[in-house]
Design a protein around this ligand. Structure first.
Ligand code: AMP
Length: 188
């Protein structure tokens, strides 16, 4: 089972990704986590993306692809994935479409975590208090929300057109959202 999670910053992608992967017995891949690991190691990739991430901008398509692709190939080999944070734009989805078809990596389901816009800032600022992410300040979050609206939200229509999109009301408690996603996964 291969699942893509899409949602605005603060919609719970990371949290749901981890829980869902565990329940489904597949690997969780979070694009943002892969990038943050590179930044922490001060690797060549990390040094290249650090400032972009701190500003809340998307990193170049080929850089994120270079990190995500091996992880996805490995996950599929081991039974599947829950992937959050990639793709983040229609061009990214297009970039990987042929390749994922030819390698058998395609998502079975794309889940959009729908959260009221006015909830998002409060959720992220609450997270900031515990996690201390460099991009969780109010100004950067505002920019990340704008990037989501402009670059990422067109994916909803893109995947709806392909017939694989499922929308989940993600305003409620974590477990309730998990159950809603699992019900969709079972339905296929
Ligand atoms: P996240 O942890 O998913 O909120 O991602 C944190 C940051 O990593 C984003 O604000 C972007 O700077 C970068 N990032 C994550 N995924 C992607 C992607 N698919 N394409 C470009 N940049 C990304």
């Amino acid at each position: 089972m291969n699942v893509l999670l899409i949602g605005p910053p603060g919609s719970g992608k990371g949290t749901q990704g981890a829980v869902l992967a565990q329940r489904l017995g597949v690997l969780h891949i979070a694009a943002g986590d892969l990038l943050r690991a590179e930044v922490e190691q001060a690797s060549p990739v990390g040094r290249r993306v650090q400032a972009m991430m701190a500003r809340g901008e998307l990193v170049p398509d080929l850089i994120i692809l270079a990190l995500v692709l091996p992880a996805v190939i490995q996950a599929v080999d081991q039974g599947g994935y829950v992937l959050d944070g990639y793709p983040r734009s229609v061009p990214q989805a297009e970039l990987t479409r042929d390749l994922s078809d030819s390698l058998g990596l395609r998502a079975d389901l794309v889940v959009y975590l729908d959260v009221a816009r006015e909830e998002l800032m409060a959720r992220i600022l609450a997270r900031a208090a515990t996690e201390g992410r460099a991009d969780d300040t109010e100004e950067v979050v505002r920019h990340r929300l704008q990037v989501f609206e402009e670059a990422t939200s067109p994916l909803v229509a893109y995947y709806r057109e392909l017939g694989v999109l499922r929308v989940v009301d993600a305003n409620g408690p974590v477990e309730q959202v998990t159950q809603a996603v699992l019900a969709l996964v079972e339905r296929g």
